[in-house]
Design a protein around this ligand. Structure first.
Ligand code: FES
Length: 108
């Protein structure tokens, strides 16, 4: 086992795109999950930050009892649930754009 150097990673976004089959329980895929993933990834890519701001599709993150999708951002430990595609701009401005600024206190 070898540890991985992640010191260059500013943030890792976990975007739940879980699809429940054969269940009446809500799931992120029944909302905007894939579109949210694509929009956030597109923004990161447009800023040439894919190597420093990671984004991963995930299975259930455990907050799907409300309509909408779940996104977590680490190491900032920011969790957003009931997220819609329209919420992406606010998430970007509040949590991602500051990572582009070297003076940002959230940058490692
Ligand atoms: S299905 Fe997305 S948080 Fe559960």
């Amino acid at each position: 086992m070898k540890p991985v150097d992640t010191s260059f990673c500013l943030a890792h976004l976990l975007v739940c795109v879980n699809q429940r089959h054969n269940s009446s329980l809500p799931c992120c895929a029944s909302g905007d999950a894939e579109a949210i993933y694509q929009k956030l990834r597109g923004w990161i890519e447009a800023h040439n930050m894919l190597s420093r701001i990671w984004i991963t599709r995930t299975e259930c993150l455990g907050w799907c009892h409300v309509q909408g999708s779940t996104v977590a951002i680490y190491p900032q430990n920011i969790w957003v649930r009931a997220m819609t595609l329209e919420d992406c701009d606010a998430l970007i401005e509040e949590h991602l754009r500051p990572l582009l600024n070297p003076a940002s206190p959230t940058r490692r």
